[in-house]
Design a protein around this ligand. Structure first.
Ligand code: AMP
Length: 287
C-alpha cells in the first residue's frame, strides 16, 4: 500500500492503477465502519483508494476542525488491513490551491433540511470536496456509509448530475452496545456515552413500533421519543421521519401507506458532551 500526499504523486500512482478504481472518502481517525467501506470497495475494485482529509469547508467553526482526531499511522495500518491500495492524504493547499477558486457546487434540494439546516454551509462544503476528490481520483465507484444518511443521498444526487461515479451504500457498523461507530465517539465521557446510547435505542424502538403495526409517523415518533426521554437528558436537535428517497418530512397524522413510497428514513441528531452525534435507520413501507 502506498501513501501519496500531492496531486502529482496521486496522478503518478493512478497512471499505473488497475481499473475499476474504487474510492472511499474519509476524514481519517478510521474505525471498523470505515473498514467496512474499504472491504466493500476491495471486493469490487482493481484499485482501492482511501482519501483522508479533514475538510475545513464542511465545519462551521475552526474549533471543531482543530478538535477532529488525526492519526495517519494508525489510519494507514487499518486501511491496509481492510484492503486499501493507495492512501491519498492531502493538505489544505493540495485540495484548495491558494489563488484558485474552488468549484461552486450546489449541494441540491436534498441538502436543505436536517443537517443542512443545523449546519449552514456544511453540505456545500461536502459537495465541493467530494467533487474535487472525484475529479482528482477519477473513481469508477465510491462507497459511503448509511449512518450519514443525508450525506449519502446528497452525494448520490451529485454523482448522478455529474454522470458518475457509481455510489454504493454501506450499512452502519455499530459497537456491541449499539452506538454507531464514529470518529467523534472518542470525545465522549463514559457517562456521555451511556447517555448517547438512547439514540440507537430510539431507532430500535421506532423499528419495533413499525414492526408491530404502527400506521402513522406519529406512533413511530412517540415510541422513539419515549426511549430518548428515559435516560439522562440529551440535547436533541431533531428526530425526523421522512420519505427516504426525497427526504420530504412525513406529517405525524398521515397514514404511512399513503404518505410514503417504498421506505421511511428516521434520523436523529443530538449533542452529548459537546459532541454532535447523528444516526439513522430505514423502514420499509408497503403500499
Ligand atoms: P467520515 O470519516 O466520518 O467522514 O466518514 C467517512 C465515511 O465513512 C462516510 O461515508 C461515512 O458515512 C462512513 N462511516 C462513518 N461511520 C460509519 C459507520 N459506523 N458505519 C458505516 N459507515 C460509516
Amino acid at each position: 500500500m502506498q501513501i501519496v500526499r500531492t496531486r502529482e504523486e496521486l496522478a503518478a500512482a493512478l497512471r499505473v492503477a488497475e481499473r475499476p478504481i474504487g474510492l472511499v472518502p474519509t476524514m481519517g481517525a478510521l474505525h471498523s465502519g470505515h473498514a467496512a467501506l474499504i472491504a466493500a470497495a476491495r471486493a469490487a475494485s482493481g484499485t482501492v483508494v482511501v482519501s483522508i482529509y479533514v475538510n475545513p469547508r464542511q465545519f462551521a467553526s475552526g474549533t471543531d476542525v482543530a478538535a477532529y482526531p488525526r492519526d495517519l499511522d494508525a489510519d494507514a495500518a487499518l486501511a491496509r488491513t481492510a484492503g486499501a491500495d493507495l492512501i491519498f492524504a492531502p493538505d489544505d493547499a493540495t485540495i484548495y490551491p491558494p489563488g484558485e477558486t474552488p468549484p461552486a457546487i450546489d449541494p441540491g434540494p436534498l441538502a436543505v433540511r436536517l443537517e443542512g439546516a443545523a449546519r449552514p454551509g456544511h453540505f456545500a462544503g461536502v459537495a465541493t470536496v467530494v467533487t474535487i476528490l472525484f475529479d482528482l481520483v477519477t473513481p469508477d465507484a465510491a462507497w459511503f456509509g448509511e449512518k450519514d444518511a443525508q450525506q449519502l443521498r446528497v452525494v448520490e444526487a451529485l454523482a448522478q448530475r455529474r454522470g458518475g461515479p457509481a455510489i454504493h451504500r454501506v450499512p452502519t457498523v455499530r459497537d456491541a452496545d449499539g452506538l454507531a461507530l464514529s470518529s467523534r465517539n472518542v470525545r465522549l465521557t463514559p457517562s456521555g456515552r451511556a447517555t448517547a446510547l438512547a439514540i440507537p435505542r430510539a431507532l430500535q424502538a421506532a423499528t419495533s413500533a413499525h414492526a408491530s403495526g404502527a400506521t402513522t409517523a406519529g406512533e413511530i415518533r412517540a415510541a422513539a421519543l419515549a426511549e430518548l426521554r428515559k435516560g439522562p437528558a440529551l440535547n436533541l436537535d431533531y428526530l425526523d421521519i421522512a420519505e427516504s428517497a426525497t427526504l420530504a418530512p412525513i406529517a405525524d397524522e398521515q397514514p404511512l401507506a399513503t404518505a410514503v413510497s417504498g421506505e421511511l428514513l428516521i434520523t436523529i441528531a443530538a449533542v452529548v458532551d459537546g459532541v454532535r452525534l447523528i444516526d439513522a435507520c430505514t423502514l420499509p413501507v408497503a403500499n
